[in-house]
Design a protein around this ligand. Structure first.
Ligand SMILES: Nc1ncnc2c1ncn2[C@@H]1O[C@H](COP(=O)(O)OP(=O)(O)OP(=O)(O)O)[C@@H](O)[C@H]1O
Ligand SMILES: [Mg+2]
Length: 593
């Protein structure tokens, strides 16, 4: 990350997200402008009132003078009320702008990061991402929608006040012109005093969220391993660090507050010393002194507002930098293919595929095999031998990153297919079943409301879920979460199979899909899987060899290398084959040392 704030980054973001709300921005500007005009005008009323009143001290007031005085007072009150109403309007439009612009930004950033490849997602923890996307954008909200407008109207107000002061008395005008210049020099020097500290604070806050999310995810393991104390320690460490970075940033920001106090005291001195001299010499009236005092009080406001915007800018700049950093990360998966996979079972070929997650540690080494249309491949290997990795490559969750190997579907490199089309044609079923806190329907359809209830129910009944389904209180509208609705691992598995049936994939990958189940559900799952595999090409990854009874081919993977590949029928009879040994001992660990 660069250390200097790139103004272009900020302007680009602002232009992109504010443009659609142009009318609101203009409206906000107009409201602030009318507030400015009222603010500059009101002190005149005070001056006129005082001057008229002091002129008449010791005299009997004419009724017309009384009326004029009352009129000034009345107008002053009306203008104050009007000013307050306009202020409410600016708050409303400001908030509305803040939310609508940043919601779009939040959406875009979420969409961008979701589409990044898995190496990105492995790098950032979920909690960290939440804090980055939501936290950083929240920091940006106010600033983002109001910065330019506030700055513009503040400058206008300052120019208006200085002009009026010059018209009143050029000496006073000159004094406050100098004062404003001094204020800006001060602001200039303090402009990015705490940016880096805020950036550290944002970073430490997202790390804290990362730890919280990690601990919550691993709550079962933490409890069973009696690791609560250690986990809390880590949490305290991160909290402490977050506190420290926050305080550092805050203290740096205090310089700005200190600067504004100096300005305030200076303004007071400047109002009274020259004014009284001028008053004594009869150059200005008492009303003018009040006027100057009031209007300088108002002059302080836009200067303050600019200071506040600068403060906001510092926090926002840190967030903008982190947001643009995320936007600049490009997916390593180039999704430029356009071809569509032909309907029907597919032919899958691995041609000398090498892959590594980390440069120095190859995970797949020259893997080659060819699976004809409608054939089923049993994939066997030690834990960590690369079975899941192999499946991920077919989905293009990662791309081959070593050598010149290729993966082909129907004799075409998978990179030439439209990535959405590719993924929609492959189904991947694992033991890790993710259920959403949502209705049963949405859990099955992934929120695609084009799929009819009839179709879902038909598939569920077909998969043997009739009894279970009838017990649900609200049918497809029942809110599912793995504990509450008494969903066993097997039932959850059957739900994911329902998802897969709806998808109608041409290639099915089962990653140890049937372990951990009780015998009754296992039979249900097995029957469902048998149905699923009809007329489809499939890869079945299994630790338990019984799962491989019906496959056509066997591939034995060892430390990323294919050490055996052949027809199951032949291997079963070949006493020298690994697979024969595996069947005999039933233990992968003994055969593949
Ligand atoms: N996201 C990742 N980043 C870095 N290394 C990884 C990642 N995923 C897996 N690995 C490593 O790659 C190797 C192969 O892992 P893989 O999950 O493909 O094995 P597997 O054969 O599916 O194992 P299992 O039978 O336990 O499921 C392992 O050494 C593993 O540590
Ligand atoms: Mg695996």
């Amino acid at each position: 990350m660069q250390s200097q704030i790139q103004m272009s980054d900020y302007w680009n973001l602002q232009k992109k997200y504010l443009q659609p709300h142009f009318i609101k921005v203009i409206l906000l500007g107009l409201l602030l402008l009318s507030m400015t005009i009222i603010q500059v005008f009101s002190p005149f009323l005070i001056q006129w009132y005082i001057d008229l009143a002091t002129e008449n001290i010791g005299r009997i007031l004419f009724s017309s003078t009384k009326k004029t005085l009352n009129f000034y007072a009345f107008l002053y009150i009306i203008l104050s009320l009007l000013q307050f109403t306009i202020y409410l309007g600016t708050v409303y439009i400001g908030q509305d702008l803040a939310w609508s612009t940043t919601n779009k930004l939040r959406y875009d950033l979420t969409f961008h990061t979701i589409n990044l490849d898995m190496s990105f997602h492995n790098r950032f923890k979920a909690g960290e991402m939440i804090e980055r996307i939501d936290g950083d954008i929240n920091t940006l909200a106010q600033f983002f929608s109001q910065f330019s407008v506030q700055l513009l109207t503040s400058f206008l107000l300052i120019i208006g006040i200085i002009t009026v002061l010059f018209i009143k008395n050029w000496i006073i005008g000159l004094v406050f012109f100098g004062f404003t210049i001094f204020a800006f020099i001060l602001i200039y020097f303090l402009r990015d005093i705490s940016v880096q500290n805020w950036e550290k604070e944002r970073q430490s806050s997202s790390e804290l969220f990362g730890v919280i999310e990690e601990s919550l995810n691993a709550i079962e393991d933490i409890k069973t391993n009696d690791a609560i104390d250690f986990t809390l320690n880590k949490f305290f460490d991160k909290s402490r660090y977050n506190y420290k970075t926050f305080m550092n940033a805050l203290f740096k920001e205090l310089y700005i507050l200190f600067g504004s106090w100096i300005l305030l005291s200076l303004a007071d001195i400047l109002v009274f010393s020259p004014s009284f001299l001028l008053f004594e010499n009869g150059k200005i009236t008492l009303g003018t002194i009040f006027f100057v005092q009031m209007i300088v009080g108002i002059l302080i406001l836009p200067i303050y507002r600019i200071i506040r915007q600068v403060q906001q800018f510092q926090k926002a700049a840190a967030s903008i930098r982190r947001i643009t950093y995320l936007f600049h990360i490009k997916s390593e998966i180039k999704a430029s293919g356009t071809k569509k996979i032909a309907p029907g079972a597919i032919e899958l070929e691995f041609e000398n595929v090498n892959f590594s997650y980390i440069d120095t540690e190859p995970v797949l080494k020259g893997v080659s095999f060819k699976l004809n249309k409608g054939k089923k491949l049993g994939l066997v290997g030690h834990t960590g031998s690369g079975k899941t990795t192999l499946s991920r490559l077919i989905f293009r969750l990662y791309d081959i990153n070593e050598g010149n190997g290729r993966i082909k579907i129907n004799n075409i490199d998978i990179k030439e297919y439209d990535i959405k089309n590719l993924r929609s044609n492959i189904a991947y079923v694992t033991q890790d079943i993710e259920l959403f806190q949502a209705s049963l329907r949405n859990n099955i359809t992934f929120f695609d409301n084009r799929i009819s209830d009839k179709k879902i129910i038909h598939i569920m009944f077909d998969l043997g879920l009739k009894e279970w389904f009838k017990r649900l209180p609200d049918g497809l509208d029942t809110i599912i979460s793995s504990d509450e609705q008494g969903l066993s691992a097997g039932e959850a598995q059957l739900l994911t199979l329902t998802r897969v049936f709806l998808k109608k994939p041409n290639l099915v990958i089962l990653d140890e899909a049937s372990s951990r189940l009780d015998p009754v559900t296992e039979n249900l799952v097995k029957a469902a899987i048998d149905k699923l595999l009809v007329n489809r090409t499939a890869i079945i990854i299994a630790h338990r060899l019984e799962t491989l009874d019906n496959v056509d081919e066997i591939l034995v993977l060892d430390k990323g290398k294919v050490i055996e590949y052949g027809e199951r029928k032949k291997l079963v009879k070949d006493k020298n084959s690994y697979f024969y040994q595996l069947l005999k001992t039933g233990k992968i660990e003994e055969v593949l040392k």
